[in-house]
Structure formats: structure tokens, C-alpha cells
Design a protein around this ligand. Structure first.
Ligand code: SF4
Ligand code: SF4
Length: 342
């Protein structure tokens, strides 16, 4: 696959070329926080740990209008429906995705399009985007991608991977789509990026945590893990605020609501959280997850047992560390994983 070196003095032109080719999403500072957001070439930063929120909102926004409907009593079906947005999706390039986040998007991709369901909103955006990763040479204190099968130089879910080199970039294509896209950019200089990336991958991985032992969780019966005694202790601390789910790159739950009046309305999809009591309450008032213990347990079982069962052993946690850093009561998924495996 093609390899390139982008020198420091050619960086601005590189980002300009990306922005000319497609809508550019990249790490930028928004209100003092790093976010993966629409970026002007001069705003893109290479010097960052991880974005505050995960990049999942590029394909699965916090709030999304799916469809509009209005009443037309002259028709045999008095409601007229019109899908929204699918014809307005702009081809996008994401530059600077951390490898853990790209892996997270690949996990969501299997949820939103698989042999049983296809979500056209996700599919259209995800498949029309080019994803260029930026490897981590200085993973943050809460990062643990290597403990859950990833790498700061991981390639899953990416079309190309870059690393900062002499304040510029070493860049290689990973997929055919990535190679084709990079080939079209004017002024890119070929250069030996592959060996540089491989060497640096080894160096940074050697400083990262080793695999988290999840053998007993993998082999154990769900009911046994379900009934472990530690859940209540963790749940007693949890506020059920949902922060961990909203910032997580692999959490993908949503609620659909019609906002309407007697003439018509809009069907909205909004992020939801399994930490909320309302999330599982039935129309009858019965709630199968009535206390924090059931809700807390669900989140960890989903990440560490159910997703691996459905996705060939792939952990549903990709070790980005966001929930570890942002949980207001310091609940740490690594500690819970150890208790589950205990
Ligand atoms: S962020 Fe912490 S307190 Fe809030 S729901 Fe998640 S585990 Fe509970
Ligand atoms: S569970 Fe926490 S550490 Fe794991 S991917 Fe989600 S936010 Fe990141």
C-alpha cells in the first residue's frame, strides 16, 4: 500500500487538500475542549491525548431527525412520510481518529449493519467516509487499549494511518479506498512510512498494559456472572448519571420519539442510556431493571460478555479511558472487569 511523508511545512497544504476534497472532521479545540469536529485546515491539532467525546457522533449524532410526516386527509393513508437527511449526507474525511476510537466505530458498525438489520442513516454516513487515524505515541494515564486487544498503532476500522514525525506526518494507506483517496491529494510526497510506523508501534506498545485477563468471563455462564456478589457495591457508588455511556465510543443505545402536533411532526432519534430507569420501563409500569444494580450490571455485561459473544471475542470496551476519567465517582471498568473475572 502507498506510503507518504508530509513535512511540517506541507502540513497546512495537506489539511487544505483534505478539506477541498471532502467535509473535514478533525481534532480541534471547541470551548477549551478537544473534540472531533468540522475543522478549518488551520484549526487541526496534532498535539492531543484523546478527544473529550468519542467521534461516534459523526455517524450517530446525539439527536437526529429521521423522518417528517404530515396529515393529508385527501389521501387514503392520511399520513405522508418523508425520510430526512439521507439525500443530504456530505462525503466526509475524518482525520486524526485515535485507533481505539476507530475500533469502537467498527464495533458499532456491526450493530448498525449486519445480516439482520441495516440502519440506512449509519450505513450511508459510515460507508461514504474516509477514516485516517493518528497513532498515539504518548497514551494517556487512563488509556488501556492494549489490555483489550487494541494498539496505539492499531489499524482496525481505518482507511489510512498517520503518526507525527518531525512535526509533520508519516502516513500509510490501509484499505483500497484509503489508497485511492490519498492518491488524489495534490503534493503528497512518497516516503518510507511503513517501517517507521511498525518500529514505533513496538516501542509504544512495550510501555502499555498487557492483556486484561478475561478468560473466566469468556468461559463463564452468564447467570454465574449475573449473580456475582460485587455488583451491589459498585452500584451503591454509581450515580446512574449516564456519563460513561454518552462518552463511550461503543455505546449505541437510542430512543425514537415523534415530536408532533395535530398537523404532523418529526421523528427524532436521540441517544439513550441503559443507566436510566426509564430506559427499560414497560408500558405496564413493570421495570425489569428496577434498581441501579441491574442497570450497572447490564452495562458491564454488555461490554465484556455480550459484545464479545456476538462479535467473535471482540471486547465491547476498546480501552479509550473516557469513562475512567469522567466518572464522577471513579468507577473504573478495569477494576470491575477484574471482579467479574475473579
Ligand atoms: S459515569 Fe460513573 S456514576 Fe455515572 S453512570 Fe457511569 S459509572 Fe455511574
Ligand atoms: S467502556 Fe469506558 S474505557 Fe471502554 S470504550 Fe467505553 S468509555 Fe472507553
Amino acid at each position: 500500500m502507498a506510503e507518504y511523508i508530509v513535512k511540517e511545512n506541507a502540513l497546512r497544504a495537506f489539511f487544505q487538500a483534505l478539506a477541498q476534497e471532502r467535509r473535514l472532521l478533525a481534532p480541534v479545540r471547541v470551548g477549551g475542549k478537544l473534540q472531533m469536529a468540522e475543522a478549518r485546515p488551520e484549526e487541526v491539532t496534532l498535539d492531543y491525548g484523546n478527544t473529550h467525546q468519542s467521534p461516534k457522533s459523526a455517524f450517530f449524532p446525539q439527536t437526529e431527525r429521521l423522518m417528517a410526516f404530515h396529515k393529508d386527509t385527501a389521501q387514503s393513508d392520511p399520513f405522508v412520510y418523508k425520510p430526512l437527511g439521507l439525500d443530504k449526507i456530505t462525503p466526509t474525511v475524518l482525520f486524526g481518529l485515535r485507533p481505539c476510537d476507530a475500533q469502537g466505530l467498527a464495533i458499532c458498525d456491526q450493530v448498525f449493519q449486519n445480516d439482520r438489520f441495516t440502519d440506512p442513516y449509519w450505513k450511508t454516513k459510515y460507508e461514504s467516509s474516509i477514516k485516517i487515524g493518528l497513532a498515539c505515541d504518548q497514551p494517556g494515564p487512563a488509556c488501556f487499549c492494549t489490555a483489550v486487544g487494541g494498539s496505539p498503532y492499531g489499524e482496525a476500522g481505518l482507511d489510512a494511518l498517520a503518526a507525527v514525525k518531525d512535526a509533520g506526518l508519516a502516513l500509510k494507506a490501509i484499505t483500497e479506498a484509503g489508497a485511492e483517496f490519498l492518491k488524489k491529494l495534490p503534493g503528497l510526497e512518497s516516503g518510507a512510512a511503513e517501517s517507521e510506523l511498525a518500529e514505533r508501534r513496538k516501542a509504544v506498545e512495550s510501555k502499555m498494559p498487557g492483556p486484561l485477563d478475561q478468560a473466566k468471563v469468556a468461559a463463564g455462564a452468564i447467570l454465574d456472572i449475573f449473580n456475582q456478589p460485587h455488583w451491589k457495591d459498585t452500584a451503591d457508588r454509581c450515580l446512574n448519571c449516564g456519563t460513561c455511556t454518552f462518552v463511550c465510543p461503543t455505546c449505541h443505545c437510542f430512543d425514537i420519539q415523534d415530536e408532533q402536533n395535530d398537523k404532523g411532526g418529526v421523528r427524532m432519534r436521540n441517544w439513550d442510556t441503559c443507566m436510566s430507569w426509564l430506559y427499560t420501563v414497560h408500558g405496564t409500569g413493570h421495570n425489569p431493571r428496577p434498581t441501579k444494580t441491574e442497570r450497572m450490571r447490564q452495562r458491564f455485561l454488555h461490554k465484556l460478555k455480550y459484545i464479545p459473544l456476538k462479535q467473535n471475542g471482540q471486547s465491547g470496551c476498546i480501552g479509550c479511558g473516557r469513562c475512567v476519567t469522567l466518572c464522577p465517582v471513579n468507577i473504573d471498568i478495569r477494576e470491575v472487569a477484574k471482579q467479574m473475572n475473579g
